[in-house]
Design a protein around this ligand. Structure first.
Ligand code: ACO
Length: 401
C-alpha cells in the first residue's frame, strides 16, 4: 500500500509512539538484531565472528558497501582513505580556540561540522562516486580529529599517522605518541581496540543513527549529518553511558565499594539514580556485545598486568543484578558500555574520551545508514504530532497581559 492510499484510507489518523518504541522508520539491509535472542549481525555476518576474525576496516567496508571486501577492494579502500588522512591547517586554529576544559564530544561534533567549510565538494553529493569520495574523506580525517581533540587537552603536539601503518594502528599512533619517541604498537591493545571498534560499528536505528538518517534526509551533506549523530551520541542515555559507567564505578569505590547500597539506590523510584551500563531498549536477555567485551576486559587487563579494583566492582554489580528480582523482572542486563570503559582506561584513554571512542567505532555505521538512505531516495523525515496546546485565542497587547 502506498503512503497516499494509506493516508486517504485512514482519514489522516496519526499514530503516537513516544520514543518510537514500536515504530519502524525505514527498511534496512545493514544490521539485524533480535533483542529476545541476543543476536546481532552486520550484513548477515554474526558479530561474534567479526569480533574474533575481522579487522575494523574490513567491517567498515562490509557495513558501507554490503559484503566483506576482497584483498584488492580492501587495499583500494585503505589507500583511498590514507590519501585523505590530513586535515586543513586552519582546523588547528579552530581547535586552538576551544578552552581546554571543553568536553571532547562537543569539540568533535564542531570540528566534524567545520570540515564542510574546507571540503565544499563533499557537501552536496548525489552520485555514488561523489558519495565514495566523501566517505573516504571522512574515514581518513575523523581519526585525526579524534586524536587531536585528545592531544590538545593533554597539551601534546598535533601529529599525523604513518603511511606504513594500518587504520587502527594509526589511530593508536596519533593518540598515544609522545614527543621524542618512536611509537611502538602494542599488539594486545591493537587487538582489543579493533574488537571494541567493531562491536560499536552499527546498531540499526538507535538514537544517533536515526538522527544521522533524519538530518541527511534533508540532503544536507554527510559531514553535517555525522556531526548531528555525534551530538546525539554524547547523551548519557546513549553513548555517554560509557563515561557515566566509569564515573559511577569510581564513586562506588570511593564510597567504600558497597555495591548493595547502589543496587538499592537504583531500585528506589524516588531516587533518579540508575545503574549506568544496565538496560537496553532492544536487548531483553543479554547484549551479545557485552559478553565479548567482558571477556576482552579480562584479557587486556591480564596481558597488560593491570589490576583494576573497578573490574571487581563491575563484576559484583553484574552478579547481584542477575539475582535481583527488580533487574530480572525488567530484563536489565549489562549493555555494551558496562565493560568498555574499563578497557579504555587500561589503554590509557582519559574518561571524557570514552564516548569519542564510541563515535570512532560508530562512524562506518552512520555512513552506511546515510548512504543507504540516500541511495534508496528516502523522503525527508518528518514525523507528525498530536497538538495538545491552546485552542484559537485572540492576540492581547503587551500592556493588557
Ligand atoms: N537502572 C535502574 N532501573 C532501570 C535502569 C537502570 N539502568 N534502566 C531501566 N530501568 C527501569 C526503569 O526505571 C523502568 O522501571 P519501571 O518499569 O518500574 O518504571 C524500567 O526499567 C524500564 O526502563 P525504561 O527507561 O522505560 O526503558 P527504555 O527502553 O526507555 O530505556 C535505557 C533504555 C535508556 C538504556 C535505560 O535502560 C537506561 O537509562 N539505562 C542506563 C543508561 C545506559 O546504560 N545507556 C546505554 C544504553 S546502550 C547504548 O546506547 C550504547
Amino acid at each position: 500500500i502506498d503512503i497516499k492510499t494509506l493516508r486517504n484510507a485512514t482519514n489522516g489518523v496519526i499514530t503516537i509512539d513516544p520514543g518510537f518504541k514500536n515504530t519502524g522508520s525505514c527498511e534496512s539491509a545493514i544490521t539485524f538484531l533480535d533483542g529476545e535472542k541476543g543476536i546481532l549481525r552486520y550484513r548477515g555476518y554474526p558479530i561474534e565472528q567479526l569480533a574474533e576474525k575481522a579487522d575494523f576496516l574490513e567491517v567498515a567496508y562490509a557495513l558501507i558497501f554490503g559484503n566483506l571486501p576482497t584483498t584488492e577492494q580492501l587495499e583500494t579502500f585503505r589507500s583511498d582513505i590514507k590519501k585523505q588522512s590530513v586535515v586543513d591547517d586552519d582546523i588547528k586554529k579552530i581547535l586552538d580556540a576551544f578552552p581546554k576544559s571543553a568536553h571532547p564530544m562537543g569539540v568533535l561534533s564542531s570540528l566534524t561540522s567545520a570540515l564542510t567549510a574546507f571540503n565544499s565538494s563533499s557537501v552536496n553529493v548525489d552520485s555514488e562516486e561523489e558519495m565514495y569520495r566523501a566517505i573516504t574523506k571522512i574515514m581518513g580525517k575523523f581519526p585525526v580529529l579524534v586524536a587531536w581533540t585528545m592531544r590538545k587537552k593533554q597539551g601534546l603536539p598535533l601529529n599525523y599517522g604513518s603511511n606504513s601503518l594500518g587504520y587502527v594502528e594509526n589511530i593508536m599512533k596519533m593518540m598515544f605518541e609522545q614527543p621524542n619517541e618512536t611509537y611502538e604498537v602494542n599488539p594486545v591493545i591493537k587487538d582489543a581496540l579493533d574488537k571494541l571498534l567493531i562491536l560499536h560499528a552499527d546498531h540499526e536505528q538507535n538514537c544517533s543513527t536515526s538522527t544521522v538518517r533524519i538530518a541527511g534526509s534533508s540532503h544536507v551533506g554527510l559531514f553535517s549529518s555525522l556531526s548531528t549523530g555525534i551530538s546525539a551520541l554524547w547523551g548519557p542515555l546513549h553513548g555517554g553511558a560509557n563515561q557515566a559507567v566509569l564515573e559511577m564505578l569510581e564513586a562506588i569505590k570511593a564510597d567504600g565499594g558497597d555495591t548493595k547500597k547502589y543496587m538499592a539506590k537504583a531500585k528506589d523510584k524516588s531516587d533518579p539514580f540508575r545503574l549506568m551500563g544496565f538496560g537496553h531498549r532492544v536487548y531483553k536477555n543479554f547484549d551479545p556485545r557485552a559478553k565479548i567485551i567482558k571477556k576482552a576486559a579480562d584479557e587486556v587487563l591480564n596481558d597488560l598486568g593491570v589490576e583494576d579494583p573497578i573490574l571487581e566492582i563491575a563484576k559484583g554489580l553484574e552478579q547481584e543484578a542477575l539475582n535481583d528480582k527488580y533487574f530480572v523482572d525488567r530484563k536489565l542486563y549489562p549493555n555494551v558500555d558496562f565493560y568498555s570503559g574499563i578497557i579504555y582506561r587500561a589503554m590509557g584513554i582519559p574518561v571524557d574520551m570514552f564516548t569519542v571512542m564510541f563515535a570512532l567505532g560508530r562512524l562506518p555505521g552512520w555512513i552506511a545508514q546515510w548512504r543507504e538512505m540516500r541511495l534508496k531516495k528516502e523522503p525527508i523525515g518528518r514525523p507528525r504530532q498530536i497538538y495538545i496546546g491552546e485552542n484559537e485565542r485572540d492576540f492581547v497587547s503587551i500592556d493588557k497581559r
